[in-house]
Design a protein around this ligand. Structure first.
Ligand code: NAD
Length: 304
Protein backbone atom coordinates (compact mmCIF):
# COMPACT_ATOMS: atom_id res chain seq x y z
CA UNK A 1 0.00 0.00 0.00
CA UNK A 2 1.47 3.34 -1.06
CA UNK A 3 1.04 6.39 1.13
CA UNK A 4 0.49 9.97 -0.06
CA UNK A 5 -0.05 13.04 2.14
CA UNK A 6 -1.59 16.17 0.61
CA UNK A 7 -0.87 19.41 2.48
CA UNK A 8 -3.27 22.18 1.41
CA UNK A 9 -6.60 20.98 0.10
CA UNK A 10 -8.09 23.90 -1.79
CA UNK A 11 -8.83 23.94 -5.52
CA UNK A 12 -5.55 22.36 -6.60
CA UNK A 13 -5.17 19.86 -3.73
CA UNK A 14 -8.72 18.55 -4.11
CA UNK A 15 -8.46 18.28 -7.90
CA UNK A 16 -5.26 16.28 -7.50
CA UNK A 17 -6.95 14.09 -4.87
CA UNK A 18 -9.84 13.33 -7.24
CA UNK A 19 -7.45 12.44 -10.06
CA UNK A 20 -5.40 10.19 -7.75
CA UNK A 21 -8.61 8.40 -6.77
CA UNK A 22 -9.24 7.53 -10.43
CA UNK A 23 -5.95 5.58 -10.77
CA UNK A 24 -5.29 1.88 -10.20
CA UNK A 25 -2.83 2.55 -7.37
CA UNK A 26 -3.49 1.01 -3.94
CA UNK A 27 -3.00 4.09 -1.85
CA UNK A 28 -3.72 5.54 1.56
CA UNK A 29 -4.24 9.28 1.25
CA UNK A 30 -4.00 11.65 4.23
CA UNK A 31 -5.26 15.19 3.91
CA UNK A 32 -3.92 18.13 5.89
CA UNK A 33 -5.34 21.66 5.78
CA UNK A 34 -5.90 24.44 8.29
CA UNK A 35 -9.61 24.29 7.39
CA UNK A 36 -10.40 20.82 8.82
CA UNK A 37 -14.14 21.42 8.90
CA UNK A 38 -14.40 21.71 5.11
CA UNK A 39 -12.06 18.77 4.72
CA UNK A 40 -14.37 16.47 6.76
CA UNK A 41 -17.13 17.15 4.21
CA UNK A 42 -14.84 16.67 1.21
CA UNK A 43 -13.62 13.31 2.56
CA UNK A 44 -17.13 11.95 3.16
CA UNK A 45 -18.30 13.08 -0.29
CA UNK A 46 -15.30 11.54 -2.05
CA UNK A 47 -15.50 8.28 -0.05
CA UNK A 48 -19.01 7.77 -1.40
CA UNK A 49 -17.78 8.30 -4.95
CA UNK A 50 -15.35 5.37 -4.49
CA UNK A 51 -17.99 2.83 -3.45
CA UNK A 52 -18.82 1.70 -7.01
CA UNK A 53 -15.19 1.57 -8.12
CA UNK A 54 -13.20 -1.59 -7.63
CA UNK A 55 -10.26 0.17 -6.00
CA UNK A 56 -8.16 -0.05 -2.87
CA UNK A 57 -7.99 3.59 -1.84
CA UNK A 58 -8.53 5.08 1.60
CA UNK A 59 -8.82 8.76 2.41
CA UNK A 60 -8.58 10.27 5.88
CA UNK A 61 -8.23 13.54 7.71
CA UNK A 62 -4.53 13.43 8.47
CA UNK A 63 -1.88 15.05 10.60
CA UNK A 64 1.85 15.49 10.22
CA UNK A 65 2.70 12.12 11.81
CA UNK A 66 1.24 10.56 8.64
CA UNK A 67 4.28 11.90 6.80
CA UNK A 68 6.60 9.61 8.82
CA UNK A 69 6.33 6.68 6.43
CA UNK A 70 4.74 8.40 3.42
CA UNK A 71 6.09 7.79 -0.09
CA UNK A 72 5.10 11.25 -1.29
CA UNK A 73 4.10 14.53 0.35
CA UNK A 74 2.30 16.85 -2.06
CA UNK A 75 2.29 20.52 -1.09
CA UNK A 76 -0.48 22.61 -2.63
CA UNK A 77 -1.08 24.97 0.29
CA UNK A 78 -0.83 28.58 -0.67
CA UNK A 79 -2.35 31.95 -1.20
CA UNK A 80 -5.55 32.00 -3.32
CA UNK A 81 -4.76 32.62 -6.98
CA UNK A 82 -5.27 36.00 -8.59
CA UNK A 83 -4.56 37.59 -11.97
CA UNK A 84 -1.58 39.41 -10.41
CA UNK A 85 2.06 38.39 -10.90
CA UNK A 86 2.75 35.11 -9.00
CA UNK A 87 5.59 36.84 -7.11
CA UNK A 88 3.24 39.43 -5.59
CA UNK A 89 2.16 37.20 -2.67
CA UNK A 90 5.60 35.78 -1.92
CA UNK A 91 5.77 37.01 1.68
CA UNK A 92 2.40 35.47 2.60
CA UNK A 93 3.32 32.27 0.75
CA UNK A 94 6.60 32.10 2.66
CA UNK A 95 4.78 32.22 6.03
CA UNK A 96 2.69 29.22 4.94
CA UNK A 97 5.82 27.35 3.84
CA UNK A 98 7.58 28.14 7.15
CA UNK A 99 4.57 26.74 9.05
CA UNK A 100 4.47 23.55 6.97
CA UNK A 101 8.22 22.89 6.92
CA UNK A 102 8.53 23.47 10.70
CA UNK A 103 6.03 20.65 11.16
CA UNK A 104 7.57 18.45 8.45
CA UNK A 105 10.97 18.72 10.12
CA UNK A 106 9.50 17.10 13.26
CA UNK A 107 8.58 13.99 11.25
CA UNK A 108 10.84 11.24 9.89
CA UNK A 109 9.58 11.75 6.32
CA UNK A 110 12.21 10.66 3.81
CA UNK A 111 10.15 10.33 0.63
CA UNK A 112 9.60 12.63 -2.34
CA UNK A 113 8.08 16.10 -1.94
CA UNK A 114 6.04 17.37 -4.88
CA UNK A 115 5.19 21.07 -4.90
CA UNK A 116 2.58 23.06 -6.84
CA UNK A 117 2.46 26.24 -4.73
CA UNK A 118 3.43 29.58 -6.25
CA UNK A 119 5.67 31.39 -6.84
CA UNK A 120 6.80 27.97 -8.02
CA UNK A 121 10.61 27.88 -8.25
CA UNK A 122 11.02 30.16 -5.21
CA UNK A 123 8.71 28.03 -3.06
CA UNK A 124 10.38 24.78 -4.16
CA UNK A 125 13.78 26.20 -3.22
CA UNK A 126 12.46 27.47 0.14
CA UNK A 127 11.00 24.04 0.96
CA UNK A 128 14.30 22.31 0.12
CA UNK A 129 16.18 24.89 2.18
CA UNK A 130 13.93 24.86 5.27
CA UNK A 131 13.66 21.05 5.40
CA UNK A 132 17.19 20.26 4.32
CA UNK A 133 15.81 17.41 2.20
CA UNK A 134 18.11 16.33 -0.65
CA UNK A 135 17.55 18.37 -3.82
CA UNK A 136 16.61 15.31 -5.89
CA UNK A 137 13.70 14.67 -3.51
CA UNK A 138 12.06 18.11 -3.70
CA UNK A 139 10.41 18.69 -7.08
CA UNK A 140 8.11 21.45 -8.29
CA UNK A 141 5.67 21.13 -11.20
CA UNK A 142 7.53 24.11 -12.67
CA UNK A 143 7.00 24.76 -16.38
CA UNK A 144 5.46 21.32 -16.92
CA UNK A 145 2.07 23.03 -17.01
CA UNK A 146 3.25 25.82 -19.34
CA UNK A 147 4.72 23.16 -21.62
CA UNK A 148 1.36 21.36 -21.71
CA UNK A 149 -0.36 24.66 -22.52
CA UNK A 150 2.10 25.40 -25.33
CA UNK A 151 1.78 21.88 -26.79
CA UNK A 152 -1.99 22.24 -26.74
CA UNK A 153 -1.83 25.61 -28.56
CA UNK A 154 0.63 24.34 -31.19
CA UNK A 155 -1.44 21.19 -31.69
CA UNK A 156 -4.56 23.24 -32.47
CA UNK A 157 -2.59 25.41 -34.88
CA UNK A 158 -0.79 22.78 -36.92
CA UNK A 159 -3.03 19.77 -36.31
CA UNK A 160 -0.54 17.36 -34.76
CA UNK A 161 -1.15 15.37 -31.55
CA UNK A 162 0.16 17.45 -28.60
CA UNK A 163 2.30 14.64 -27.23
CA UNK A 164 4.12 14.25 -30.56
CA UNK A 165 5.28 17.85 -30.36
CA UNK A 166 8.67 17.88 -28.65
CA UNK A 167 9.01 21.30 -27.10
CA UNK A 168 9.77 22.72 -23.64
CA UNK A 169 8.97 25.91 -21.82
CA UNK A 170 11.90 26.52 -19.47
CA UNK A 171 13.14 28.82 -16.72
CA UNK A 172 10.37 30.14 -14.50
CA UNK A 173 6.71 29.21 -14.13
CA UNK A 174 6.15 32.94 -14.44
CA UNK A 175 6.78 35.96 -16.59
CA UNK A 176 10.44 35.26 -17.43
CA UNK A 177 9.71 31.82 -18.91
CA UNK A 178 10.88 31.10 -22.46
CA UNK A 179 10.48 28.42 -25.11
CA UNK A 180 13.56 26.42 -26.14
CA UNK A 181 12.58 26.60 -29.84
CA UNK A 182 16.06 25.60 -31.06
CA UNK A 183 15.51 22.04 -29.79
CA UNK A 184 11.80 21.80 -30.63
CA UNK A 185 10.73 19.28 -33.24
CA UNK A 186 7.99 17.06 -34.60
CA UNK A 187 9.23 13.65 -35.74
CA UNK A 188 12.75 15.10 -35.54
CA UNK A 189 11.90 17.86 -38.05
CA UNK A 190 12.65 21.22 -36.43
CA UNK A 191 9.53 23.13 -35.37
CA UNK A 192 10.89 26.22 -37.17
CA UNK A 193 9.73 24.54 -40.41
CA UNK A 194 6.12 24.46 -39.12
CA UNK A 195 5.85 27.90 -37.51
CA UNK A 196 6.94 31.40 -38.51
CA UNK A 197 8.82 33.68 -36.11
CA UNK A 198 5.67 35.74 -35.50
CA UNK A 199 3.61 32.63 -34.83
CA UNK A 200 6.19 31.36 -32.34
CA UNK A 201 6.22 34.69 -30.51
CA UNK A 202 2.41 34.75 -30.35
CA UNK A 203 2.26 31.17 -29.04
CA UNK A 204 4.92 31.82 -26.39
CA UNK A 205 3.06 34.96 -25.28
CA UNK A 206 -0.29 33.21 -25.14
CA UNK A 207 1.28 30.42 -23.05
CA UNK A 208 2.83 32.94 -20.65
CA UNK A 209 -0.54 34.60 -20.02
CA UNK A 210 -2.72 31.48 -20.10
CA UNK A 211 -2.93 31.10 -16.29
CA UNK A 212 -4.20 34.67 -15.90
CA UNK A 213 -6.79 34.15 -18.65
CA UNK A 214 -8.15 31.00 -16.96
CA UNK A 215 -8.26 32.73 -13.56
CA UNK A 216 -10.13 35.66 -15.14
CA UNK A 217 -12.78 33.30 -16.54
CA UNK A 218 -13.24 30.72 -13.76
CA UNK A 219 -11.54 32.27 -10.73
CA UNK A 220 -8.70 29.76 -10.41
CA UNK A 221 -6.83 27.05 -12.32
CA UNK A 222 -6.68 23.50 -11.03
CA UNK A 223 -7.05 20.74 -13.64
CA UNK A 224 -3.84 21.34 -15.57
CA UNK A 225 -1.54 21.49 -12.58
CA UNK A 226 -3.33 18.62 -10.82
CA UNK A 227 -2.65 16.45 -13.90
CA UNK A 228 1.03 17.42 -13.71
CA UNK A 229 1.10 16.43 -10.02
CA UNK A 230 -0.60 13.14 -10.83
CA UNK A 231 1.86 12.39 -13.63
CA UNK A 232 4.81 13.09 -11.31
CA UNK A 233 3.19 10.91 -8.62
CA UNK A 234 2.93 8.01 -11.09
CA UNK A 235 6.55 8.56 -12.18
CA UNK A 236 7.69 8.20 -8.55
CA UNK A 237 5.37 5.42 -7.38
CA UNK A 238 5.85 3.33 -10.54
CA UNK A 239 9.45 4.37 -11.21
CA UNK A 240 8.47 5.40 -14.75
CA UNK A 241 11.60 7.41 -15.56
CA UNK A 242 9.70 9.81 -17.82
CA UNK A 243 11.09 13.20 -18.83
CA UNK A 244 9.31 16.42 -17.81
CA UNK A 245 10.37 20.05 -17.36
CA UNK A 246 10.12 20.50 -13.58
CA UNK A 247 11.42 22.88 -10.97
CA UNK A 248 14.73 21.35 -9.86
CA UNK A 249 17.99 22.51 -8.35
CA UNK A 250 20.25 23.89 -11.08
CA UNK A 251 23.95 23.51 -10.28
CA UNK A 252 25.04 26.16 -12.82
CA UNK A 253 22.89 28.95 -11.36
CA UNK A 254 22.73 27.57 -7.77
CA UNK A 255 18.94 27.98 -7.63
CA UNK A 256 15.76 26.06 -8.51
CA UNK A 257 14.83 26.47 -12.19
CA UNK A 258 12.54 24.59 -14.57
CA UNK A 259 14.45 22.31 -16.93
CA UNK A 260 13.79 18.77 -18.22
CA UNK A 261 14.55 15.92 -15.82
CA UNK A 262 14.11 12.16 -15.70
CA UNK A 263 11.65 11.38 -12.90
CA UNK A 264 11.58 8.02 -11.12
CA UNK A 265 11.40 6.44 -7.67
CA UNK A 266 14.29 8.60 -6.40
CA UNK A 267 12.62 11.80 -7.58
CA UNK A 268 14.97 13.60 -9.97
CA UNK A 269 16.96 10.69 -11.40
CA UNK A 270 18.85 12.96 -13.77
CA UNK A 271 18.73 16.57 -14.86
CA UNK A 272 19.02 16.69 -18.66
CA UNK A 273 21.78 18.90 -19.99
CA UNK A 274 20.15 20.42 -23.09
CA UNK A 275 22.23 22.44 -25.50
CA UNK A 276 20.65 25.89 -25.74
CA UNK A 277 21.55 28.70 -28.12
CA UNK A 278 23.41 31.62 -26.51
CA UNK A 279 20.19 33.67 -26.66
CA UNK A 280 18.23 30.92 -24.86
CA UNK A 281 21.04 30.50 -22.31
CA UNK A 282 20.73 34.24 -21.59
CA UNK A 283 17.00 33.80 -21.02
CA UNK A 284 17.66 30.94 -18.59
CA UNK A 285 20.09 33.19 -16.76
CA UNK A 286 17.46 35.97 -16.68
CA UNK A 287 14.99 33.54 -15.08
CA UNK A 288 17.60 32.55 -12.50
CA UNK A 289 18.12 36.25 -11.68
CA UNK A 290 14.37 36.83 -11.23
CA UNK A 291 14.15 33.83 -8.88
CA UNK A 292 17.32 34.76 -6.94
CA UNK A 293 16.11 38.34 -6.52
CA UNK A 294 12.81 37.12 -5.06
CA UNK A 295 14.59 34.60 -2.81
CA UNK A 296 16.94 37.26 -1.59
CA UNK A 297 14.01 39.26 -0.17
CA UNK A 298 12.99 36.27 1.96
CA UNK A 299 16.32 34.62 2.58
CA UNK A 300 19.37 36.80 1.99
CA UNK A 301 22.17 34.72 0.45
CA UNK A 302 24.52 35.41 3.40
CA UNK A 303 22.11 33.47 5.66
CA UNK A 304 22.28 30.35 3.50
P1 NAD B 1 -6.79 27.63 -2.44
O1 NAD B 1 -6.84 28.92 -1.71
O2 NAD B 1 -8.03 27.07 -3.06
O3 NAD B 1 -6.18 26.47 -1.50
C1 NAD B 1 -5.08 26.68 -0.67
C2 NAD B 1 -5.32 25.82 0.56
O4 NAD B 1 -4.16 25.89 1.38
C3 NAD B 1 -6.53 26.26 1.40
O5 NAD B 1 -7.41 25.18 1.58
C4 NAD B 1 -5.89 26.70 2.72
O6 NAD B 1 -6.71 26.46 3.85
C5 NAD B 1 -4.62 25.86 2.73
N1 NAD B 1 -3.58 26.36 3.63
C6 NAD B 1 -3.18 27.65 3.78
N2 NAD B 1 -2.21 27.70 4.72
C7 NAD B 1 -1.99 26.44 5.12
C8 NAD B 1 -1.10 25.85 6.07
N3 NAD B 1 -0.25 26.61 6.77
N4 NAD B 1 -1.15 24.52 6.24
C9 NAD B 1 -2.02 23.74 5.55
N5 NAD B 1 -2.88 24.25 4.64
C10 NAD B 1 -2.87 25.57 4.43
O7 NAD B 1 -5.66 27.82 -3.54
P2 NAD B 1 -5.45 26.90 -4.83
O8 NAD B 1 -6.20 27.50 -5.97
O9 NAD B 1 -5.66 25.49 -4.48
O10 NAD B 1 -3.90 27.14 -5.11
C11 NAD B 1 -2.95 26.58 -4.24
C12 NAD B 1 -1.54 26.96 -4.65
O11 NAD B 1 -1.25 26.37 -5.92
C13 NAD B 1 -1.32 28.47 -4.83
O12 NAD B 1 -0.01 28.79 -4.43
C14 NAD B 1 -1.46 28.65 -6.34
O13 NAD B 1 -0.83 29.81 -6.80
C15 NAD B 1 -0.77 27.39 -6.80
N6 NAD B 1 -1.06 27.00 -8.18
C16 NAD B 1 0.00 26.57 -8.89
C17 NAD B 1 -0.16 26.19 -10.21
C18 NAD B 1 1.07 25.72 -10.94
O14 NAD B 1 1.06 25.53 -12.14
N7 NAD B 1 2.16 25.49 -10.25
C19 NAD B 1 -1.41 26.24 -10.80
C20 NAD B 1 -2.50 26.64 -10.03
C21 NAD B 1 -2.30 27.03 -8.70
Amino acid sequence: MKKVVIIGCGNVGLEYLKKLCMTDINVEISLIDVDEDKLEGEILDLEHSLVYRNCNISIKLGNYSDCDNADIVVITAGVPQSTKDRMSDLEKANLIVVDITNKLRDTSFSGITLVASNPMEVITELIAHYTDYPYNKVIGTGTMLDTARLKSLISKKIKVKPNDINVYVLGEHGNSQFVAWSNANIGLENLNRFLSLDEKEELADETRHMGGVIVKHKGYTSDGVASCLLELTLCVLKDLKKVYPVSNYNTTYDVYLSTPCIIGKNGIEKSINIKLTSEEEEKLEESSEVICEALDKILPKELY
